[in-house]
Design a protein around this ligand. Structure first.
Ligand code: TXA
Ligand code: MG
Length: 326
């Protein structure tokens, strides 16, 4: 699956200050040399993302941790050793090597070693760190195929490495080690339960909206990961009734729910059925949200999964997709 020519070409473009989209196990990233401030500024321009929103630096080896972070606490090191390569980002004190352009002016940096053969091959060929947010326009649905990247960003990117569809399908879990206690800033592909097991302690959970208690990460807006269609969250048992109500008002409606909670097929209704297993749901969630847009839905009625395991990340993304848009 690894095309050595495309890896060599991508690494060369990155060394020249270019911007390259590449697959990770979570979502596709939009990468640039993390030490090249000009290249990094192009990432923000291409995405239309505010420069105050920090980027994650991707590394090819766990051993590079201390080159990019200072004063790494033992618990963070233990988690890195267990969780990398994998869908886990650690927020630590930045080392001198990390430009403020990458961290949105913060003295901390998010680091991760992705578990994708193509991402690892590219990082190891490149040698340094790659600053890489998800390869989509700011606020919209993250890309899990090279096709999604091309649809969103087109010619703005110097090169897209195609590594097939992403395996995990939701972004990395972000754990902050710069506060008094470790805290999850964003639920993601590594479950809270798995992290708590390694750390031997319970973690504070993220808050979603402004009024809610909990942790807020810089750049984690309540409204994010959103398709064009409006998203309305309801109890699973209310999907049929709610869909009927909006249909009767003439709207083109989509429903996102388990098969048992779906309304029968009818004109003007797009029913996309959620897989039973959380792993399968996570892998397909962004593709499903894109599919509603492709099929012209104005409104998507969605049921939240139980918030444990990967369900926590899926529910977080659905809540943000449903949040009022600024
Ligand atoms: O799975 C992922 O993490 C993907 C792939 C490409 O690796 N990347 C990703 O990047 O989701 P992005 O830019 O879409 O989200 C990065 C988020 C920021 O929005 C911010 O909330 C958090 O990471 N972050 C980055 N640096 C931080 C820091 N120093 N302190 C707190 N949060 C930080
Ligand atoms: Mg993103």
């Amino acid at each position: 699956m690894i095309d050595v020519d495309s890896i060599a070409r991508a690494a060369k473009i990155l060394r020249q200050g270019g911007v390259v989209a590449f697959p990770t196990e979570t979502v596709y990233g939009l990468g640039a040399d993390a030490t090249d401030v000009n290249a990094v500024s192009r990432i923000f321009a291409i995405k239309g993302r505010p420069t105050s929103h920090p980027l994650i630096v991707h590394l090819g080896h766990t051993e590079q941790l201390d080159a990019w972070a200072d004063d790494v606490p033992p618990a963070a090191r233990r988690l890195a050793e267990r969780g990398w390569p994998g869908p886990l980002s650690l927020v630590l004190r930045r080392s001198e090597r990390v430009p403020l352009a990458v961290t949105g002016g913060l003295e901390t940096v998010a680091l991760r070693v992705p578990a994708h053969p193509v991402a690892l091959a590219l990082l190891r060929e490149f040698g340094g760190g790659l600053a890489a947010p998800s390869a989509n326009r700011f606020g919209s649905v993250s890309p899990t195929t090279a096709r999604h990247v091309e649809e969103d960003l087109g010619d703005a990117v110097d090169y897209v490495v195609d590594g097939g569809p992403c395996d995990v399908g939701v972004e990395s879990t972000i754990v902050d080690f710069t506060g008094a206690e470790p805290a999850i800033l964003r639920p993601g592909g590594l479950t809270r339960e798995a992290i708590e097991l390694v750390l031997g302690q319970e973690l504070r959970a993220p808050g979603v909206g402004p009024g809610e208690a909990g942790v807020r990460a810089p750049g984690q807006h309540p409204s994010h990961y959103a398709p064009r269609a409006r998203v309305l969250l309801v109890a699973p048992s209310a999907v049929v009734e709610e869909a009927g109500r909006w249909r009767s008002q003439g709207h083109r409606v989509g429903t996102l729910a388990l098969a048992v909670h779906q309304p029968p097929p009818s004109e003007g209704l797009v029913t996309l059925t959620v897989p039973e297993a959380d792993e399968d749901y996570a892998r397909t969630i962004y593709g499903l949200l894109r599919e509603f847009d492709r099929r012209g839905c104005e409104l998507v009625i969605a049921a939240l999964p139980p918030e444990r395991g990967l369900g926590l990340a899926i529910a977080d993304r659905l809540r943000r997709a449903a949040a009022p848009r600024g």
